[in-house]
Write a protein of this length. Structure first.
Length: 276
């Protein structure tokens, strides 16, 4: 048997105990619909009441990372006795929250950054990020029913709650079982029992849907836009936070169609479809 490296006040046993308690709680927890609805409403009202950004508006236009942290801790306390936060801290790890402009298809993402070999006594860092483009495109220009995790959402804050619930479970699985997969049977069972989720995906508004529905811009469409006082004509290649437009250019990069293009990243609001 090889002893693992130790240091004063080594948190190994404490971390293992916290992980086991979290894993046991996750597998044993099953909340009924009435309890969940009450807790969802309590979290909703508490975040609205305490946030300096939301201004008591469920379809808020500003949000801060402290709002995400507050929502996380409320859920953790009310549904899981604070066991997720306890397990993170027992590892000596950090849990951070972010508002991401790079996420354009998913509503959120949970990441774990492990220490390198040279960081023998360092701990993993966890981050829960929420997509700014998806969150703020939802309940905006595109008017259609919004479902997330199988539940109908009536405002932006409810959509954010579903994102946070989903990402919290990813974090809990990482802590309890070292890996997480929302397509797997365990995740789906835990998601249903703890949060009442019947699906593992969202039907929120992505930048691509917003571009297609509200601006008539879609991949492959011919568009025009103004660039430093010059009118440009090109083809939409992809739609994320901004639209990637390929403009024919003799000095551009060669593409598979045999032509050369110069690439531009343009806000969708600045594009106009070209008919014909």
């Amino acid at each position: 048997m090889t002893d693992r490296p130790t240091r004063p006040n080594d948190p190994g046993t404490k971390s293992d105990d916290a992980t086991i308690r979290l894993r046991d709680l996750l597998t044993e927890t099953q909340h009924d619909g009435g309890v969940l609805d009450r807790i969802f409403r309590q979290v909703h009202e508490s975040v609205l009441d305490q946030s300096p950004y939301l201004n008591d508006n469920s379809n808020f236009t500003k949000i801060g990372t402290n709002d995400l942290a507050r929502m996380f801790d409320l859920y953790d306390s009310l549904l899981l006795n604070g066991k997720i936060r306890t397990a993170v801290e027992a590892q000596g790890s950090k849990l951070e929250f972010a508002l991401s402009r790079r996420l354009t298809r998913s509503g959120g993402q949970t990441k774990r950054t492990r220490p390198t070999k040279s960081q023998a006594f360092a701990s993993a860092r966890y981050e829960i990020a929420v997509s700014v483009p998806v969150l703020f495109a939802t309940f905006s220009e595109v008017d259609r029913p919004i479902r997330a995790c199988g539940r109908l959402c009536y405002n932006r804050l409810e959509a954010l709650q579903r994102i946070m619930e989903h990402e919290m479970l990813h974090l809990a699985e990482m802590l309890g079982w070292d890996r997480s997969n929302c397509a797997a049977r365990r995740f789906k069972a835990l998601s249903l029992n703890i949060f009442g989720h019947t699906e593992s995906h969202h039907q929120m508004i992505t930048p691509q849907e917003r571009a297609i529905v509200h601006f008539g811009v879609k991949p492959g469409a011919r568009v025009t836009f103004d660039w430093e006082g010059k009118q440009m004509f090109g083809v939409v290649n992809s739609i994320r936070r901004r639209v990637t437009v390929l403009v024919p250019s003799a000095t551009g990069i060669p593409y598979s169609d045999g032509k050369r293009y110069e690439k531009f990243y343009v806000p969708v609001e600045r594009l106009k479809p070209v008919n014909g």
